[in-house]
Each structure stands twice: as C-alpha cells, then as structure tokens.
Design a protein around this ligand. Structure first.
Ligand code: PBG
Ligand code: ZN
Length: 324
C-alpha cells in the first residue's frame, strides 16, 4: 500500500496541521431578546439557557459576553403587547424597545450591534408586514415601514441592519433610505434565503411573534426548493446586500454549500431556535456529549458559512478561549 490516509491522522499535532476548517469567535453573532420592564432576566421556556433581558440588564449581560470573547450581538425587540398595532408602529419609533436597548448598550460598551429588522414582533396580527383586508401581506406597503425601521435602528446607533421579513425589494429600499440619510457605510446583512421553517417555533415563544392567523408560507421560502435559493441570493446581491444569510443552518447545509461558489459576498447562516433547543436538550439529558455543539458548528463552516449566528456563541467562544 502506497497511499495511507491514516498517516495524516496519527496524532493531534499532525491532524491540526492538515485541518481544513476552524471556528473563530470573531465570526460568531449572539442573538439577544429585549423586553419592557426593570431588572428582568427571564428564561425562555422553549429555549433553556436563553433569556429575555430588560434594557437596564443588557450592559451586564454584554460585559459577560465580551469576557467570553463574543464580539457581535443581534438584537430582537419584544415590546409590550399594548404597543402592537396593525402597522407595527412600535418598530420605528425613536423610543422603541430596540432603539432604547441600543442606546443603553452603546453607553457602556462598543460591542458591534446588528439589529433584526422585521415587523412581526410589533404587529397585532403577528405577520412580518402590513395586511390587506383579505389577509394578504402587502409587499410594497411593507417596504416603507421596514425602511423606516432600519433607519431608526441606525440613527439609534446600530452598526448593521438585518432584514428578516422576506418582502421582495426590501434590501434596495433599506439601502436607499440609509444612503439618503448619509449612512453610506452601514452594511445590510440580508436574510436572503429564509425558509418557512418549523425550526422557528421556540423563537416565536421568545419574541411573542407567532402569527395570530395562518403561517408565513406566502412570503418565506418553500423548503422543498433549492434553485429558488440561488434566485433569492442573486436578487439581494443586485439590490446591494453586503452579506447574504441562509436560515436555518443545520437542516440547510446543502443550500449553504450550493451558494458558496456562486456568491462572492460573505455568507452567514443562522442556527435557529429549534436547532438550538434540539441540541441543548439532547446534551442536557446526557444522551450525547457536549462536543456535538462544536461539531455541528464546524459543519456549518465546512459547508461554506463565514459567519454563524448562534445561541451557542458564548459557550463556543469560551470553549475556543480554553482550547488556546
Ligand atoms: C423575524 C425572525 C424570526 C427569526 C429571526 N427573525 C422568526 C420568524 O421568521 O418567524 C427566527 C430565529 C430563530 O428561530 O432563532 N421574522
Ligand atoms: Zn418577521
């Protein structure tokens, strides 16, 4: 035998020399939920180990993250139920929950803040856009509200915006309003390829954003489709997106791998709430070893993702610090 692949696996030093993939904490983004109230750090029932923080509790939580080595957060607002209306007005007001959270965090830390731009946490019907009387989510009416929301986040101090609504043309609408207001250097990370996924279930409890009636299949992508991902990603590139995201992650590694050679922009993926909860519960039960978390995130990197949005960011970052 001349060729023996096992030569390169003989010990850890050898294996590390030829390793093709790694994770850096620099490219992890941690999702955080902000609620009204004071002194709150409430655990999310469907997501053990994840919390909703009131604005005043954010600086301390961010400090802990920074100590673990996490450099990025993505913020989700969970406004009081009374603030919900048909237009999602609470999403773009100056003293909205996310806007106040940004101010509070930035007055204590310079952590990089991305905001999720969507209306489902703010509408009384729980859909990601403005509803027509017949229940259809009106694409073009929604664009103006999303653009205003993105602008209000950036005006409050957000470093990057990430639209997650899946309306057509929203990246261009957001790019335009940011540029008109002088924010030419604020990037847009587009949830370009976002499937209508059952894996978002726990998030909807966390963000109190489940649609009252119906589902999101008339705007998020049909998970039977793969070519459609190429179309969605290409459109957002043309509209000026700076980063393209695939969501969810673990059940959609084929999509990441397919887009990787086509898209010249950085690719992000979102390991979503249901993926988190499945792994977390399996590890907590003792049925599988915690290393499954690292292995699963390596799979996302191997598929071609540069950036990973994950609820495991703090523990991964801590693990990477210890491994050094
Ligand atoms: C808002 C939004 C959702 C997620 C991110 N942004 C929920 C949805 O589209 O229903 C899901 C994140 C997760 O499940 O962790 N549109
Ligand atoms: Zn939404």
């Amino acid at each position: 035998m001349i060729i023996r692949p096992r030569r390169l696996r003989i010990n850890e030093t050898m294996r590390a020399l030829v390793r093709e993939t790694a994770i850096s904490a620099d490219q992890l983004i941690y999702p955080m939920f902000v609620v009204e109230g004071k002194g709150l750090k409430e655990e999310i029932t469907a997501m053990p180990g994840q919390y909703r923080y009131s604005v005043d509790m954010l600086p301390a939580a961010v400090k802990d993250l920074e100590q673990a080595g996490v450099k990025h957060i993505i913020l989700f607002g969970v406004p009081a139920p009374e603030a919900h209306d048909a237009y999602g007005t609470a999403a773009f007001i100056k003293d909205g929950i996310v806007q106040r959270a940004i101010h509070e965090i930035k007055s204590h830390s310079n952590i990089f803040i991305t905001t999720d731009v969507c209306l489902c946490e703010y509408t009384d019907h729980g859909h990601c856009g403005i509803l027509d009387p017949d229940g259809y989510v009106n694409n073009d009416k929604t664009l103006a509200v999303l653009a205003k929301t993105a602008l209000s986040h950036v005006e409050a101090g957000a470093d990057m915006v990430a639209p997650s609504d899946m309306m057509d043309g929203r990246v261009a609408a957001i790019r335009q309003i940011l540029d008109e207001n002088g924010y030419i250097n604020t990037p847009v990370m587009s949830y370009a390829v976002k499937y209508a996924s059952t894996y978002y279930g726990p998030f909807r409890e966390a963000a109190n954003s489940a649609p009252g009636k119906g589902n999101r299949k008339a705007y998020q992508m049909d998970y039977h489709n793969s070519r459609e991902a190429e179309k969605e990603a290409a459109l957002d590139v043309d509209e000026g997106a700076d980063i393209i995201m695939v969501k969810p992650a673990l059940a959609y590694l084929d999509i990441i791998a397919k887009l990787r050679p086509q898209i010249k922009l950085p690719l992000a993926t979102y390991c979503v709430s249901g993926e988190y909860t499945m792994l977390k519960m399996a590890v907590d039960s003792g049925a599988v070893q915690p290393e499954i978390i690292y292995e699963s995130h390596i799979a996302m990197r191997r598929a071609g993702a540069d950036i990973i949005i994950t609820y495991f960011a703090p523990e991964l970052a801590r693990f990477l610090q210890e491994a050094k």
